[in-house]
Design a protein around this ligand. Sequence first.
Ligand SMILES: Cc1cc2nc3c(=O)[nH]c(=O)nc-3n(C[C@H](O)[C@H](O)[C@H](O)COP(=O)(O)OP(=O)(O)OC[C@H]3O[C@@H](n4cnc5c(N)ncnc54)[C@H](O)[C@@H]3O)c2cc1C
Length: 382
Amino acid sequence: MKQRTVLISGAGVAGPALAYWLTRYGFQPTVVERSEGQRSSGNPVDVRGEAMDVAERMGVLPRLREAATSVSGMALVTASGRRLGQLPVGRPNGAEVEVPRADLAAILYDAAREHAEFLFGDFITALRQDADGVDVTFAKGAPRRFDLVVGADGLHSAVRRMVFGPASGYVRHLGMYVATLQLGYPAADPGTVPMYNMPGRSVSVHPVNGNAMAAFIFRSPAIPGLDNRDTAACKQIVLDAYRGGGWELPSLLDRLRAADDLYFDSVSRVRLPAWSQGRAALLGDAASCMSLFGNGSSLAITGAATLARALNATPDDYATALRTYETEHRVRVRPAQRGRLIAGALLVPATRAGITARDLAIRLLARPPAPASPRTQQNTKR
Ligand SMILES: Cc1cc2nc3c(=O)[nH]c(=O)nc-3n(C[C@H](O)[C@H](O)[C@H](O)COP(=O)(O)OP(=O)(O)OC[C@H]3O[C@@H](n4cnc5c(N)ncnc54)[C@H](O)[C@@H]3O)c2cc1C
């Protein structure tokens, strides 16, 4: 019997996870990734719930646990570095792990690479479907034909644009941007994420397996014409947004100026009435992104396993398989797309009064502050 071919656009989290499961079911997946290799940037992300079961079945759970951070709390800090209170971050009995996004993507890629084809540094330029397959042209590689094409190419999915039209119809900016970068030095405290707020801005330092990583989340209306791959423009936006801030901001912004690999994106929601059209389907953030607030990595993993299982159940009937995938996976996505307002208000209060009210509420709930770390003490003197 002819092996069925599936082209997957994107080797982030969803793409390699789907490639892994498809090879297990006897499909022949090819993953095309626009970047030359896997990127090192990105915050730690949570893998939890059903995604942990999927990871276990993939045999990657031990590596995820090895790569996991040991963060147990978040500390609110003032402009002078004084800690106001510490919020515990519960990960009961190892039932979920916090893993740097880059490690998660690399671990999933390692699981899939032996049996799936990966094409780095290339991307799809056009798709043309007929009753029996999809003709695909690439920016660099020769044209090829596949049985199915899956867009796992993230928030700004090119497959979605080619199949469903421009992002403006499906992507809604939620009034915030996020930037993350590796700081290139060890975190002062591997168990705690310190976070400092200015009105409409937050900056936190995440301990990521011995290294420190900064995350800037700030409120801003959509910036017209911004290309998030234009690193110089993105850096300038962050520098402008955080100018004059206290705590460790002066040194964090110096690191930002010198950074090679910056992740910068709009916090956005993707919502489409359907996730497939003919022989093209969407997966992960391309189909249903909630950026920071929606459990995107776990949903990418469970969505990939669900799509592969549905395709395996009816390999000769793509339409039924894609409908089954969508019905099953939408049940998980719906609750994740709620609750974003609360998370946004807690992490990035819009006003000084909002910060004060949030801090007060957290101090009432939280345990007493941990003693300041040597790094924080140094910065207090600034
Ligand atoms: C570099 C990076 C850093 C991130 N950091 C954070 C973070 O700090 N916090 C957070 O909450 N979320 C972050 N995310 C998003 C988060 O990883 C996703 O929500 C989640 O993992 C869903 O996975 P996904 O595979 O659907 O999308 P993604 O993980 O975004 O993966 C999509 C992949 O597709 C590739 N791609 C894009 N366009 C094309 C194209 N035209 N052709 C081929 N390939 C393409 C991208 O390079 C990427 O590898 C980050 C994403 C990236 C790419």
